[in-house]
Ligand binder design. Structure first.
Ligand SMILES: [Fe+2]
Length: 558
């Protein structure tokens, strides 16, 4: 997300640069010596040093991924793979071979079909007689589905520290999948945004070689390998997978004069993305349009939205001074209905998915905050107040109203209940009732009752970052101030790193926030922080309790 901007007065000695507009060279971090390289030229290259991964599970198939590191000068390489129902790989259900070559950076992606729904599988690749680590994955359930458990992550910046959150997720054996909501990697060069670990290459990623090298570094991370080896990934990109504050025709962190044509940069970034991520390419002729849907039986429909490259209109500047920094109001260009985050085709696709799914719960996995963050409160009848961040849905109010229209229904379409928005991007933790007029207490005129939640049409769970910096708020005073202006938020925590856990049953969806104690070093400490739930049919949040793990989960991969 966006440019560094001061929003709220800071306690002495802290920095909020890049928080609401998260990016740039923000918070101070510890400097340490770079890690030693994994191999030297005198050693043979391990063939599977980037681990294994799986992703985009469906009821009958799942993508299996790896990358081979062949001897220098080698051309095409043939890799075999095996899929089994046991961690010892004795109950084999599929075998196959796949070819790779320098044209796809020696990455391998296979998509075996004919698998059984709701089933855990184990898999392994082999090349030149050498085996990869054993991976574990799971297909989506079909039919009557009593429960789904998902981990949700975003904003995993290698330069800002260690992926302890990934390791904690790897240890959870009872998950159906891991959802990554974007900023899987960051494009910056050495010292530009985090300096706890040194990026490869040292420069900002611009060329195909740059993007491949950065992806390779992230895939060599041990905690990342642990998570991707144990669970299928369902990922969308946000902006940093290409560059900061991207939109359809450009980005804040793209300078055509020195970095070349925008379309070329997007093409090479997405080429590397599809090579290195266990993501199914929906249409080879439309690589920017990677919105996808995942059906967990009759319980959950998960739609993953593309909000940067296929349709998004350019961000508008915030120019109105407030005591907290510059904001903006919903007038002028901000009120232009032609502006869009999703683009018209994806809006129509989303409406169709929401209206036609037979699943009880509808999750919208997406990048930027859907709920309003206001710096000055006012009901819509008095202009709606002053908003903080024009890169998120607040900057695209008419487009957001079109999504509300899907929730609310109309003469031709029934209301869509049980919608749950999942969000990353903002490096902090929030729970929100979704209502169009949160500062209007009169529900008879479309307002919202903060005590009862009446007037809420859906709910939002915003997960904090894996490593990217949040905001120093040691006493919680900033969170309290934001809640006083924005009564639709039930929970705001601005300082911690970690992940979310979603527990979905027919009666309710519970979202839990789990925090790690540090990202400055490898640590196994995590803390349950809070839980909120939406009950079936309520479309609003209430305080919940920590859920219990599933009994007898399938064994983790050895
Ligand atoms: Fe981020």
């Amino acid at each position: 997300m966006g440019r560094p901007t001061k929003i709220i007065p800071l306690p002495a000695g802290t920095s909020r640069r890049g928080f609401f507009k998260r990016s740039g060279s923000a918070a101070a971090v510890l400097a340490v010596a770079p890690l030693a390289p994994l191999t030297t030229s005198a050693q043979p290259v391990a063939p599977f040093q980037h681990g294994v991964a799986s992703g985009d599970p469906l009821a009958d198939r799942v993508i299996l991924w790896t990358r081979v590191s062949p001897a220098a000068g080698r051309g095409a390489v043939t890799v075999s793979y095996v899929v089994a129902t046991d961690p010892g790989l004795t109950q084999v259900v599929q075998r196959g071979v796949a070819k790779t070559n320098p044209g796809r950076d020696f990455t391998i992606k296979v998509d075996p079909t004919g698998l059984r729904p709701g089933t855990t599988y184990y898999y392994r690749f082999t090349v030149d007689g050498q085996n990869s680590p054993i991976g574990r994955t799971r297909t989506l359930p079909a039919g009557a589905t009593p429960r789904v458990r998902l981990a949700v992550v975003s904003c995993s910046n290698h330069a800002f520290g260690y992926f302890n959150a990934y390791r904690r997720i790897a240890e959870r054996a009872d998950l159906d999948a891991v959802i990554h909501l974007g900023d899987y990697f960051y494009e910056y060069g050495t010292g530009q945004y985090g300096n706890l670990r040194t990026p490869e290459p040292a420069v900002e990623t611009v060329t195909l070689s740059d993007y491949r090298t950065r992806h390779a570094q992230y895939k060599r991370d041990a905690d990342s390998q642990a998570m991707l080896r144990q669970h299928p990934l369902i990922a969308i990109w946000d902006d940093h997978e290409v560059t900061n504050d991207s939109w359809r025709d450009g980005a804040q962190n793209h300078q055509p004069g020195t970095e070349g044509d925008w379309g070329t940069r997007v093409n090479v970034a997405l080429q590397a993305y599809y090579e290195w991520m266990p993501v199914r390419l929906p249409d080879v002729t439309k690589r920017r349009e990677n919105q996808r849907a995942f059906t967990f039986g009759n319980l959950l429909e998960l739609v993953m939205l593309e909000q940067r490259l296929s349709g998004r209109s350019q961000q508008l500047p915030a120019t109105i001074p407030t005591p907290f920094g510059n904001g903006f109001v919903q007038t002028g260009a901000f009120a232009d209905p032609a502006r869009t985050l999703l683009g018209a085709p994806q809006e129509a696709w989303l409406a169709n998915r929401l209206r036609t799914t037979g699943a009880r719960w509808k999750f919208l996995g997406q990048g930027v905050m859907f709920a309003q963050i206001k710096l000055q409160a006012a009901p819509l009848a008095q202009g709606g107040g002053v908003f903080a961040n024009s890169d998120q849905w607040d900057g695209y109010q008419p487009a957001r109203d079109r999504v509300y229209a899907m929730f609310k229904g109309d003469a031709n379409n029934a209301p869509v209940n049980n919608c749950v928005v999942l969000t990353g991007d903002i490096h902090s933790s929030w729970a929100a009732d979704l209502t169009q007029d949160p500062n209007n207490p009169n529900t008879a005129t479309g307002g919202y009752n903060a005590m009862t939640g009446e007037g809420s049409r859906a709910v939002e769970f915003v997960g904090t970052s894996v490593t990217s910096p949040g905001l120093a708020d040691p006493t919680g005073s900033t969170a309290a101030l934001l809640r006083s202006i924005n009564p639709h938020f039930k929970y705001i925590q601005l300082t911690q790193r970690g992940y979310m856990l979603m527990d979905v049953t027919p009666d309710k969806t519970v979202g839990e926030w789990w925090f790690v104690d540090t990202v400055d070093s490898i640590s196994n400490v995590q803390t349950f922080a809070a839980a909120y739930e939406a009950q079936n049919g309520s479309n609003r949040l209430t305080v919940s309790a920590q859920t219990t793990p599933r009994p007898n989960p399938p064994a983790l991969a050895p």
